[in-house]
Design a protein around this ligand. Structure first.
Ligand SMILES: C[S@@+](CC[C@H](N)C(=O)[O-])C[C@H]1O[C@@H](n2cnc3c(N)ncnc32)[C@H](O)[C@@H]1O
Length: 289
């Protein structure tokens, strides 16, 4: 398991491609914490029974059982990820999921999908636009548009770095850290700051009927064990990673305090502890060919 105290990216909690925060253990703990809100976001896309759906950048595959429920026995799923270890993990997990429909797993990139034109009824692309540069995001959207049949859907879900808060602490604490990491050249954080604009990215890529909506995932003390486990690791990681940033004194003092795992436990026990995480869902319809 990744060591949460190790100093920040580029490879903290990484999968085999070395991208930060893509390792299966972290993906899973984050997913478990956010489960009800993530399920609601996926249900809001409009995926229908009988559809063939691509889970693009599937990671450890946590969305696949829900996708399978939506498409049912007459549907089909494809799952693709850049990291060979993610694809292998999905292959290993699939039998236990007992999906009602067929699943095809591939290693590949969203920048050049290994599928024919109009071969899907929908693409689900979750928590991964953050890893793409602007030029790569435009390429990925063109690829999604190419592989989905006209009149059907492309859905992007992404964490919005402007909506993450932790309390008690200085207002804007997390946003200033995310902006600092982005300014330091960590492309992933720039991607989280871009999330609110994803509906506009879909419009510019030629999609119609675009809709966008933010969901706030809020958790407050007392925390359940799953949430606590995820937040403990996340706070220790963030505090270590914030050490090099040029921040206001109150921010720097709180991050310095949270570099001590015992202080993190105390922080999470605070009856006033609260955290929110924003997630954008942006859905567009592929125009007629
Ligand atoms: C944060 S994880 C999200 C996984 C999953 N979609 C989820 O929400 O749980 C990001 C995933 O994107 C994959 N990834 C990054 N860049 C990619 C690319 N260009 N093409 C395909 N997958 C990519 C990583 O390997 C990783 O599994």
């Amino acid at each position: 398991m990744a060591d949460p105290t190790r100093r920040g990216p580029p490879d903290a909690h990484a999968s085999s491609t070395g991208r930060a925060l893509t390792g299966g253990d972290r993906l899973d703990s984050h997913f478990e914490m956010a489960r009800p809100e993530y399920a609601a976001q996926l249900r809001a896309v409009g995926i229908r029974p009988g559809w063939r759906v691509l889970d693009a950048a599937c990671g450890s595959g946590s969305f696949l059982p829900w996708l399978a429920e939506l498409v049912g026995p007459l549907g089909a799923l494809a799952a693709l990820d850049l990291a060979p270890d993610s694809a292998a993990l999905v292959e290993r997990r699939a039998p236990a999921w007992a999906l009602p429909c067929p699943l095809e797993v591939a290693v590949g990139t969203v920048l050049g999908l290994p599928y024919p034109d109009a071969s899907f009824d929908a693409v689900w692309f979750a928590n991964t636009s953050q890893y793409l540069t602007d030029a790569e995001l435009a390429t990925a959207l063109a690829e999604f548009r190419r592989v989905v049949r006209p009149g059907s859907l492309v859905a992007l879900k992404e964490a919005d770095g402007t909506l993450t808060r932790i309390l008690p602490g200085p207002p804007g604490l997390v946003l200033r850290a995310v902006v600092g990491w982005a300014a330091a050249g960590e492309a992933q954080w720039r991607g989280c700051l871009r999330a609110a604009a994803l509906p506009s990215w879909l419009r510019r890529a030629g999609f119609g009927g675009v809709r966008g909506r933010a969901t706030l995932i809020e958790r407050a003390a007392p925390l359940d064990p799953v949430t606590r486990h995820h937040l403990r690791n996340t706070l220790i990681f963030a505090a270590a990673h914030a050490a090099d940033l040029d921040l206001p004194a109150a921010d720097a003092a709180l991050w310095a305090r949270l570099r001590d795992p015992a202080a993190v436990e105390q922080f999470l026990d605070d009856p006033d502890f609260y955290t929110s995480e924003g997630n954008i869902l942006a859905v567009g319809v592929v125009p007629p060919a």
